[in-house]
Structure formats: C-alpha cells, structure tokens
Design a protein around this ligand. Structure first.
Ligand code: SAH
Ligand code: SF4
Ligand code: F3S
Length: 471
C-alpha cells in the first residue's frame, strides 16, 4: 500500500454496549477506521474519535448514553478539545434526531444498518464541520424520516449488510454478524425496531470471512444474529440461495464447523422456535461446536410465553433440551429469562423456577421486564410492580447461582480441553480460557498458551470460575 496516500494517523476509542451483534459491529467499524489510518486507544482523553456503540434493549438506555456524553464533554473541555464523537448502535437508530438535539456534542450519528458509511460520514464532517447522520435499513437511495439533518446522502447504492472487514487483529475469539434484524416481534422487544427486518448476508461471504479471520489468527468464531436459526430463510424466499432440506443455517454451520484451523465455532442467539433436530445433530458431528449452547427461553409458563409471542411451549423447549442432552448428557445450556412480564402471577413465575431446576442451566441472564415504547407488551394492562419484580429476580438469581456453583464444583477432578483466550493483565503467567462446556478456567503457565487448546485437570472451583492445572 502507498503510505503517502493514507490520511494522518489518528486514534479511536470505542465503547461497546449490548449484545454480541454490537461487538461484531464494533469490530467491523474498527476495521473500516484502521483502513483510514486510525489505531485503537484505551482512553477517551487521547482519542481523536470517540465511538459509542449503544444498546436500546432496556429502559434508561438513552439516559445512559446522555450521561456518558455529558462526561465526554467534560473530558473534551479539560483534556481533549479535538475529540470528535460518533454515536452508533440501537439507541442512535431508535432516538435519531431527538438524540442529536439533546446532546450537542454528537458529531456523527449512525444506525446499525449503516455502519459501512462511517468513513464517508467522517470525511463529510471533516470537510464541512457539520453534524452528519445516517439511519435506517434500506439502501441509501431511500429517504428516511430522520434524514433532514445533513448526512452523506449520495446516489450510490450501498450494500444493506456491510461486506466483511477483516482487521487481522489476531485475536483468539472473533464475532461475525451473519444477519441483521429480526422478524419475530416478541411483544417485549425493541430489536425489530432498532435493527429492522431480518436480512441475511450471502453464505459465501460469511464462509470467506470465517476463513480470513482464522488465517489472521482467530481460533474461535461466533456467528451472531438475533435469531441465527432462521439465517438465510430470506435468501431462499427471494430466490437468492438454494439450501439443503435442513435449511440454510444448517448448511452454514456444517460448512464453517469443518473449515481447517477453526478450533471452536459458536453461534448466538438461537431461538428455540427455529432450533431443529438436524441442527442439534451437528453437535454430534463436529467437535468444533463444543458442548455448549445459549438457548433463550424467557419464561417457564405457556400462557406467559404466548403473551410474549415466543411461539414455543415449555414442552417444546424441553424437547430441544432433550435432543441436546441425548447427544451428550454434559451439554451445557444457558438461557435468558424475563421476570415480571405483564400479568405474570406468582404461580407462573414458579414455572420459571421449575424450568431452571429441570434444565439445570450452566448459567442464566435474568432481567426484570422493562416496558419499551412501541412494543406490544408496553400497552398490556396489569404491569407487575417493581418490588415484586425485584423479589422474583432475587429468588431466580439465588437458584441459578446455586446451580452454577454445584456444577462448577462437580468439575473438580475432571480433565478438560481448554481453549486459552487471554493472559491476565494484572498477573503474568495467569491465563484464562474456556472448556468445551464454556466454563471459565484459570490456568498458570510459564509458557504463553494464548490461542492454544490445552488439556487441564480441574483442581478448584467456585461460582465464577474453575482452576485448571496443565496436564
Ligand atoms: N434474539 C434473542 C434476544 C435478544 S435480546 C432471543 O430471541 O432470544 C437479549 C435478551 O434481553 C432477551 O433474551 C431478553 O431476555 C432480554 N430483553 C429483551 N427485551 C427486554 C425487555 N423489554 N425487558 C427485559 N428484558 C428484555
Ligand atoms: Fe427480540 Fe424476539 Fe427477535 Fe429475539 S427473537 S430479537 S427477543 S423480537
Ligand atoms: Fe441491544 Fe441492539 Fe443488541 S438493542 S441487545 S445492541 S440488537
């Protein structure tokens, strides 16, 4: 590359909130910025550009962004007057111009469907000094309601889902978005509004990105989407892809799992509704898929699930758990749960506790229901009082913590394959990795084992982690 044509070196500081789709988007934006001669910095004090990649999933999301912007204003005044601020992600998409009005220090606003436009927006802003914005999910040719503010509108059609960007960061674990958006409209959820409808990337482009990341040093790849199991259904529907009878996600997972050099292939999030038996069977076929799956259920009662529009019953969910545990009784399963969904009775909540007990989750992410503007459930009557939600959350977490601790303690004395992810920043020679069941393990080693698959004997355990000794 001819260095003389590169822009002057700059630094970017990135904060990423929310789900792994945002992690993948941040990696993509970093790649685009690196091509513009940016490097990453760990503090906003010395950054030319601060990039906040935001999440809108629960209440106070906008408030959180505004308070972070307030702090950045102080940092800019005290230490760093040249700081430019870009707000990306789901709050940017949901709040749009309103957010620009509330925070005058935002220079660039871009939604999750427009991340490939970041360099263009920065260039426009550098030329005219005006605030720039790009939102929406359609091609740039179509006007969006919020597009009254100046932005880099051009007549060039941009791809809806950005092409892969390989940053060659040589990190052990990397995330790839395989589809944008979601068509499910669960009644509590803002994602279909902040990320739009489900649009899948072409299968070949994902496979080549996986190959390129592995060639760049990655050992573990996570395929991300809000509902990975329905990946590609849109491509098939539109005649853009011909899939085997097991479906396009099966095809993608089966192909990617056997690529040379891939030690572990994970995928998230799996919606139980679209999780099929052939997909489960891929765990039997490919060791690279590990022995762990995140399978969000949300609640353990059929009436609640119906009001949530989750489209599966507790029995159907348990059937999927059985497929997985028939393949390997040690299959670790985690889940997401919402407590205090509108109308949830004490008895219905008890169903959630019973389900957690029955599945023996390795861990759970539990949330108090948070009404989101524009979603169906926000208009449901009989919202559950805050103190009831808090009390239920507490009980659920206590149960789950005890299950996690029991399972971790049962690991003592076992021999496990661990993919080592990183070395502790605080203590040299202390490494962290994960077992096939995705349990965190601390390992002491004199040689650098980052990126290596090592065998360890588990000698200690607590709620959060195991201690392993190299065999
Ligand atoms: N696509 C994933 C979920 C993505 S959002 C799926 O369908 O499983 C991640 C989690 O946030 C959800 O699983 C849910 O447990 C939680 N969540 C989403 N909206 C919420 C809301 N309004 N209140 C509380 N928790 C919510
Ligand atoms: Fe939200 Fe439901 Fe889509 Fe998950 S499947 S992103 S919970 S609408
Ligand atoms: Fe949050 Fe958007 Fe992900 S709302 S959970 S960052 S899709």
């Amino acid at each position: 590359m001819d260095i003389s044509v590169l822009p002057s070196p700059k630094k970017v500081y990135i904060e990423t909130w929310g789900c792994q789709m945002n992690v993948a988007d941040s990696e993509q934006m970093l790649g685009l910025l690196q091509a513009q001669n940016y490097s990453q910095t760990a503090t906003p004090e010395d950054a030319d550009l601060v990039l906040l990649n935001t999440c809108h999933i629960r209440e106070k999301a906008t408030h959180k962004v505004l308070s972070r912007l307030g702090r950045l204003r102080e940092i800019s005044l005290e230490h760093n007057p040249r700081m430019k601020i870009a707000v990306a992600g789901c709050v940017a998409q949901a709040e749009g111009k309103k957010l620009m009005e509330k925070a005058s220090n935002i220079d660039i606003l871009l939604g999750p469907g427009k991340i490939s436009e970041l360099p263009g927006l920065l260039a426009t802003h550098a030329l005219d000094g005006k605030r720039a914005m790009s939102l929406g999910f359609e091609s740039t040719a179509r006007k969006h309601d919020d597009h009254e503010l100046p932005s880099t509108r051009t007549d060039i059609e941009m791809p809806i889902v950005p092409n892969p960007t390989v940053t060659m960061k040589e990190e052990v674990t990397r995330f790839i978005n395989i589809a944008q958006g979601c068509d499910n409209f669960c009644t509590f959820c803002v994602v279909p509004f902040t990320r739009g409808r489900e649009i899948s990337r072409p299968l070949e482009s994902i496979v080549s990105e996986v190959k390129a990341l592995v060639a760049g040093g990655a050992k573990e790849i996570t395929l991300c989407g809000q509902n990975v199991n329905s990946y590609g259904d849109d491509l098939v529907r539109d005649g853009k892809h011909v899939a085997p009878p097991e479906g396009p996600f099966f095809e993608l997972l089966d192909r990617a799992a056997q690529l040379p050099g891939i030690e572990r292939l994970r995928f998230t999030t799996s919606n139980p509704h679209d999780f099929t038996r052939p997909l489960a069977e891929l765990f039997r076929k490919h060791a690279s898929l590990g022995r762990y799956i995140h399978l969000p259920v949300q609640a353990g009662n059929d009436e609640v699930l119906e009001r949530m529009k989750r489209k599966v019953t507790v029995a159907e969910y348990m059937e999927r758990v059985k497929w997985l545990r028939d393949i390997d009784p040690e299959m670790a399963i985690s889940t997401d749960l919402i407590v205090g969904f509108p109308g949830e009775t004490e008895e219905q909540f008890q169903g959630t506790l019973d389900l957690v007990e029955a599945v023996q989750y390795s861990f759970i992410y539990a949330f108090k229901y948070s009404p989101r503007k524009g979603t169906a459930a926000a208009r449901f009557r009989d919202q559950v009082p805050e103190d009831v939600m808090s009390e239920r959350l507490h009980r659920l977490q206590a149960l789950s913590n005890s299950l996690t601790t029991q399972q971790n303690l049962a690991e003592i004395g076992r021999r496990r394959q661990v993919l080592c992810h990183y070395e502790s920043r605080k203590e040299a020679g202390v490494f962290y990795g994960r077992t096939q069941q995705f349990r965190l393990v601390m390992i002491r080693s004199e040689r650098n084992i980052v990126g290596k698959m090592v065998e360890v004997d588990i000698v200690e355990a607590n709620k959060t982690a195991l201690v392993g000794v190299l065999v």
